[in-house]
Design a protein around this ligand. Sequence first.
Ligand code: SF4
Length: 208
Amino acid sequence: MRIFKALYCHFGERHWWPGDSPFEVVVGAVLTQNTNWGNAEKAIANLKKAKMLDAEKIAKADLRILQKLVRPSGFYRQKAKRLREVARWYLEEKWKFLEDELLRLDLLGINGVGEETADSIMLYALGKPEFVVDAYTRRFCNRHKLCCGKRYSDYKRLFEDNIPNETALFNELHAQIVELGKNYCKKEKPLCEKCPLKWDLEPERLRK
Ligand code: SF4
């Protein structure tokens, strides 16, 4: 929570994830796989322009048309197929009756939906308290040796075991970590001297 507070004071509220509807968030979670958000946004803009950002339309869409629209997000052949699968899943509305654990497993059963995508959908589209682990999260945890394992579930547990399991908190903390990764904890040459976590992540403070 100290890390969260330091980031929140520095960046302010992030209002992440952008999207006009839960389904748009679902689409964004698929399109941002293996690419940056800017490319996913271009594909979302194409879908909007073509009036295709709709679960029923995507579920029935011609694959070649869908591929063309999502091309800016890369891996467009796989992503077009995935989008159709996810749209069909979305239309089944299982989140209305399945327990969170089963719902997450159900999502993971869709071809091409891994843990990060499933948790992004659970948290940001469906409002379920599942912490999202992305490359930014792993990077800052690894640099400070915060996590004992290397699996997705090890990082997820690190957060879920140490902070209150609340959707709004998970949402905001993940968004703060994204800002940290983009602005300070960069892949090459992290800007540690200017980082808002410079003091909070010192080994002595972490032990307290
Ligand atoms: S102090 Fe450096 S390594 Fe740690 S989170 Fe900040 S930028 Fe990353």
